[in-house]
Design a protein around this ligand. Structure first.
Ligand SMILES: [Zn+2]
Length: 279
């Protein structure tokens, strides 16, 4: 872990901006500045590079997401991401998973593309810790994870070959900075009908999802694809899915109870995948 990624010089010290390297005992990352900044690795192998404040998802919602995604409900999306990544040159520049959560997509992609390096960043310590633990358990030497803030990405300018931004906030200025000139941003957002079946169970009247408001304006849109299918979510995974959505926080108790009583839920899933280039 870390060796391949740090060799690219892409990961930088969040304090002074110098490239990080692995300490001799392989227990921390350090920069080569006049006052060396040291970042200890957690037991799972993740590192905390968060230079600002903020708090990400807690352990409970991270576990719910993990249970749901591992059951394979979103594997059509995973397959599409794999085909998006496939034609891109590897060039030794890492794939940056911006807002990686518990690392489901980057971990699966790292297994599918052993020649590429993956670096995931998220504000959630629970998420990043689980991502690193799972990567290690799966014997993945090409996926590393750090706690950090997307408005201050600890990556050098023009160092990332590709950025994945899956259901995570888009920080375009930072993405522009860290992306190589030939790099690509792959952004995944909810399509108009995403989780319509879930919404119909929660609300009297439902509307299609609106367009995301934080779509990039400076990067150039090269391609847009939609992936739409129907899934039947079973048992406890219904509530796991619910907890991953924004509706979780704004649904009255009666709606939650209605959902909690379901043995299964059939719903459309609808993803919009946009690929952006810098040039
Ligand atoms: Zn430093």
């Amino acid at each position: 872990m870390w060796t391949g990624l740090l060799r690219t010089g892409a990961v930088i010290c969040p304090v002074c901006g110098r490239p990080l390297s692995l300490s001799g005992d392989e227990k921390s990352l350090l920069c080569g500045g006049p006052r060396t900044h040291v970042f200890d690795l957690g037991r799972s192998g993740y590192v905390n590079l968060n230079s600002g404040g903020g708090d990400g998802d807690g352990r409970e919602s991270v576990s719910a997401r993990r249970r749901f995604l591992e059951a394979g409900y979103y594997d059509t999306l995973l397959g599409t991401l794999r085909s998006c990544l496939d034609p891109l040159p590897a060039e030794g520049a890492p794939v940056f998973d911006a807002g990686c959560g518990e690392g489901y997509y980057s971990r699966k992609l790292a297994a599918a593309f052993p020649d590429r390096l993956f670096f995931g960043l998220d504000l959630s310590k629970s998420g990043v810790d689980l991502a690193a633990r799972s990567a290690r358990a799966g014997g993945l030497a090409n996926a590393d994870y750090a706690v950090g803030n997307l408005n201050r990405i600890p990556l050098a300018d023009a160092s990332a070959g590709c950025i994945l931004n899956v259901f995570a906030p888009c920080f375009e200025t930072q993405f522009m900075r860290v992306l190589r000139p030939s790099g690509r941003l792959i952004l995944v957002a909810a399509g108009p009908d995403h989780l319509m079946g879930l919404k119909e169970r929660l609300y009297e009247s439902t509307y299609p999802n609106g367009e995301r408001e934080d779509l990039p304006g400076c990067l150039r849109l090269l391609e847009k694809t939609s992936v739409r299918t129907e899934i039947t979510v079973e048992g406890g995974h219904v509530m796991d899915l619910f907890s991953m959505t924004p509706y979780y926080w704004r649904t009255p108790l009666s709606g939650r109870e209605r959902l909690a009583g379901l043995e299964s839920l059939t719903t459309v899933i609808d993803f919009e995948i946009r690929i952006y280039g810098k040039d």
